[in-house]
Design a protein around this ligand. Sequence first.
Ligand code: MG
Length: 188
Amino acid sequence: MIERFFPDLIVDRVQDIDTDMLRVNSVKGLILDIDNTLVPQHMKEADKNAVKWVEHIKQCGFKVCIVSNASRKRVVRFNEKLKVYAVHRASKPGTKALLKAVRHMGIKPEETAMVGDQIFTDVYGGNRLNMFTILVKPIDRREFFFVKLKRLPEKLVHRRLQNMKDDHVRKRLEWKKKSVEKILKKQK
Ligand SMILES: [Mg+2]
């Protein structure tokens, strides 16, 4: 079922995320990916744009967390200026780290927006928990080999997304709801 990989929204950059739109969709907190979402992969620290945007989101009343598959060293260094709750080596699309972040924010998974540049980790992981998923265009074209490999099947998802019908939307929402119920049940 390809719909499980469809995001709720696609934006060019995180700065294009409309906070009113988030509120309309009952979002109270955001989980952010780092690499190629907030900064290019080679950038060790949060740059001015990233810091400014995260501050803006917080000022608008949203909670913010970082959940990254990168190493502890990478995440800690990046988070020096932002100082938000951050999980490293998250194994997205696994849902454990995402749920940890959701619990830290004290909100429900469906009140969370997952923001990232990769369909098979960020979007799929968020969809599994019925989050509002936002796909960002990767900032930098230079990527690690394994990320590059994943970009090929991502193209297929994009092509199918362009021809999305009402039926896809319905199927997708049903799948998201069932998926989160199953995951939360297992946790009990
Ligand atoms: Mg990324």
